[in-house]
Ligand binder design. Structure first.
Ligand SMILES: [Zn+2]
Length: 291
């Protein structure tokens, strides 16, 4: 499989990978496809992005990890949703694949978003067509999810275990599109492991303790337990550990301009050190498995 698909995805670090440590950033893409015809203010729509997240984590490459990131924006098609998370009522025409909408679709933030930040008003002045949704799934969504799975499978077959960090960022306070009450402040970090279903507790605990020791506020599985990418790929009993890490955007950028703020470099250093910490944990765990 290719490690770069223009406008879709890039994989970095395969040539220097020394550990079964795979990071992915599904929402930091800023390449808006020309067929993304919507009714939103382009700058407002950018509130959906986890802008810069893949760059913040890039220091992990120097500790033997690989990093996959999407180039397409989340508001176009969301790589962290199941491919069937769309309501048939949101699509014009007959969609050729089965659909199973979740609460995210009801909120307008399913597979293809139908509502726009920050207030959740309609993203389109029309319905998406079945062809449009199918194109987004086959050209963008599926290649991303497939490439991630392959990176995890390759590492798992070589090392018999794999650790996956699913990297995101969140708004400083809950917006009208959140499942939380609007204005609810978020901590610095939220770690999500689907209440332990996606990741062994010692991994979550390691990350939690690392961040707490550096003075950050950290919550676990509240309000974010994790979504599709850790649900589909985490299976602790099989040595597959997937942890979602959400960082508060106030720590690294101005949410209006999307420009890095004074905290950017410090946060990037924190992620590089956290990656080193995780790499040491992975190395020790692999050694323990051999004895
Ligand atoms: Zn995200």
């Amino acid at each position: 499989m290719t490690d770069h698909i223009k406008g879709v995805l890039t994989v970095e670090g395969l040539a220097t990978q020394t550990l079964p440590l795979v990071l992915d950033s599904p929402h930091s893409g800023i390449d808006y496809p020309s067929d993304f015809v919507h009714a939103a203010d382009p700058q407002e729509l950018r509130h959906a992005e986890d802008t810069h997240v893949h760059d913040l984590w890039r220091g992990a490459l120097s500790h033997g990890a690989v990093l996959l990131h999407a180039h397409f924006p989340r508001s176009y098609v969301d790589a962290n949703r199941a491919p069937d998370d769309m309501d048939p009522d949101q699509i014009m025409g007959t969609y050729p694949l089965p659909l199973n909408p979740t609460i995210k679709s009801t909120l307008g933030i399913g597979l293809c978003w139908t509502r726009k930040p920050p207030e959740g008003s309609p993203l389109y002045a029309r319905k998406l067509t079945a062809d449009e949704v199918y194109h987004r799934v086959t050209r963008y969504h599926r290649p991303y999810q497939t490439r991630l799975r392959q990176l995890l499978d390759d590492a798992h077959s070589k090392w018999h275990s794999v650790w996956h960090v699913n990297c995101h960022s969140m708004q400083e306070v809950a917006s009208a599109m959140s499942t939380q009450d609007r204005g609810t402040p978020r901590p610095d970090f939220v770690l999500g492991d689907l209440d332990g279903a996606a990741c062994a507790g010692d991994v979550t605990q390691k990350v939690y303790e690392f961040l707490i020791a550096r003075g950050y506020s950290v919550a676990i599985n509240d309000p974010y337990k994790g979504m599709e990418l850790i649900r589909a790929n985490g299976d602790p009993a099989q040595g597959r550990h997937s942890l979602q890490i959400e960082v508060n955007r106030k720590l690294y950028m101005n949410e209006t301009t999307r420009e890095p703020n004074d905290g950017y470099d410090d946060l990037k250093s924190t992620f590089t050190e956290l990656s080193q910490h995780l790499a040491q944990f992975v190395t020790a765990t692999l050694k323990g498995q051999k004895t």
